[in-house]
Ligand binder design. Structure first.
Ligand code: NDP
Length: 449
């Protein structure tokens, strides 16, 4: 049984496991939230009587569809597409699309569930959802990716709309894929509905800072965590797993705020550079060429690449998992703590296992869950939607300033809520409780729907 649950929560957990058999990631994400909410339901009988929690756990709609497409040699492939519309009490469903071979219903349901809390924490009018496919874009030509995206959108478009459901990117879905998806949506509907997707290119409705937002937001959140401990990022040694969108812009902003990132990784291995990772070189490898990280030494003449190694063995003050779910386990957490790590914040969604979270909490390492620490991406997506609705375009500086304010607000909400419920410094409780109360209040107000 993960984390502490009272008796009511244990009974609910058993029911969730029975009704969602085999959905390991979804069960894990729900269990983490149940571990925080016992005191909230005692304090708010209206949430219990309206079964707000049970309704929130059951997605409003789950769409699964066939995605047939042809590769460059004419061979037909069949993938599976998903969109889970988790909750729309606060606004239209909002959440990214993931294209990766590991995608299945459990992964998309867990991501959609987490997204509801995350979006609520931003304070913006957004519901939560998530989608994707088990399609692997790696090694595919632009033409193949385009045909896949067109086939995917040919089914999905009927469920979308700027006031209904607004997808964005995630693993394997960047600006190229959003472009092909938006093009097909526009073609089918004959509407230039900019607000239907976020993460668009700057020439066709996109907003400045969206690409940088999740990583920059994470760095701002870490700054606030350290400030709450009367400390700062100045001179701190940091490690960042992954080398995709979130990792790259986390490294960039951590450096700007005075920290030094000495290691990052990809699915093939770990890159160490004690002088500080050269983020321009990582961008060159991953954003321009989509290649492996071991090219770094060729480009910079420094660093060391360890194929298949674990990044969590590298000594650091701050550890930021930014690759994928369950990438940091209990024994990794013990190693980090032993090496003097004082802050861990999730850039990825659910990268730390329940055992790892327990180690951090027992050992006094400040730990922030992704639903709080990586909310900068979706918050900036909401800013993109605002600009689309008003046909306006804000400057980089103004948008980044809004992002920094939003991240400070999320930190404060989590920090203060954790203290109010008798667990000061517990960001997991703070995020789960603050997010839940916001959504549950709206659900009660809207009636049993
Ligand atoms: P990308 O596809 O841009 O990058 C993912 C990175 O993680 C790649 O470098 C990939 O390596 C690496 N990776 C994947 N699996 C593993 C693994 N098992 N071990 C080590 N490295 C691995 O994705 P994003 O950066 O967009 O997303 C990363 C995480 O952040 C996800 O959990 C996502 O849900 C979350 N997130 C993303 C947001 C966004 O705005 N993009 C917003 C909020 C959360 P390789 O290059 O070899 O493929």
């Amino acid at each position: 049984m993960p984390l502490q649950m009272n008796e009511d929560m244990q009974a609910l957990h058993q029911d969730i496991v029975r009704r969602n058999a085999g959905e390991r990631e979804f069960q894990q994400a729900v269990a983490e939230v149940l571990g925080s909410l016992g005191p909230v339901l005692s304090k708010h009988p209206e949430f219990r009587d309206n079964r707000a929690l049970e309704r929130l756990i059951e997605p409003e709609r789950q769409i699964i569809f066939r995605v047939p497409w042809q590769d460059d040699s004419g061979r037909v492939h069949i993938n599976r597409g998903f969109r889970v519309e988790s909750n729309s009490a606060l606004g239209p469903y909002k959440g990214g699309l993931r294209f990766h071979p590991s995608v299945n219903l459990s992964v998309i349901k867990f991501l959609g569930f987490e997204q509801v809390f995350k979006n609520a924490l931003t304070g913006m009018p957004l519901g939560g959802g998530k989608g994707g496919s088990d399609f692997d874009p790696k090694g595919r030509s632009d033409g193949e990716v385009m045909r896949f995206c067109q086939s995917f959108m040919t089914e999905l478009y009927r469920h979308l709309g700027e006031y209904t459901d607004v997808p964005a990117g995630d693993i394997g879905v960047g600006q190229r894929e959003i472009g092909y998806l938006f093009g097909q949506y526009k073609r089918i509907t004959n509407r230039y509905e900019s607000g239907v997707l976020t993460g668009k290119g700057l020439d066709w409705g996109g907003a400045l800072v969206r690409r940088e937002a999740t990583g920059y937001g994470l760095a701002y959140f870490v700054q606030e965590m350290l400030r709450a401990r009367n400390d700062s990022l100045d001179g701190k040694t940091c490690i960042v797993s992954g080398s995709g969108n979130v990792a790259i812009y986390t490294i960039e902003k951590i450096h700007a705020l005075g920290g030094r990132v000495v290691a990052c990784s990809d699915s093939r291995g770990v890159l160490h550079d004690d002088t500080g990772i050269d983020v321009t070189a990582v961008k060159q490898i991953k954003e321009v060429g989509r290649g492996p990280l071991d090219r770094y030494m060729l480009l910079t003449g420094r660093g060391r690449h360890v194929p298949g190694g674990s990044i969590w063995d590298a000594p650091c003050h701050v550890a930021l998992p930014c690759a994928t779910q369950n990438e940091l386990n209990g024994s990794d957490a013990e190693t980090l703590v032993r090496h003097g790590c004082v802050v861990v914040a999730e850039g990825a969604n659910m990268p730390a296992t329940p055992e790892a979270i327990r180690v951090f909490q027992e050992q006094g390492t400040a730990f922030a869950p992704g639903k709080a620490a990586n909310a900068g991406g979706v918050a900036t997506s909401a800013l993109e939607m605002q600009q689309n609705a008003s046909r306006d375009a804000w400057t980089f500086e103004y948008t980044e300033q809004r992002l920094a304010e939003i991240m400070r607000g999320i930190h404060e909400r989590c920090h203060d809520t954790a203290a109010e419920y008798g667990t000061p410094g517990n960001y997991v409780n703070g995020a789960n409780i603050a997010g839940f109360i916001k959504v549950a209040r709206a659900m009660v107000a809207l009636g049993v729907i």
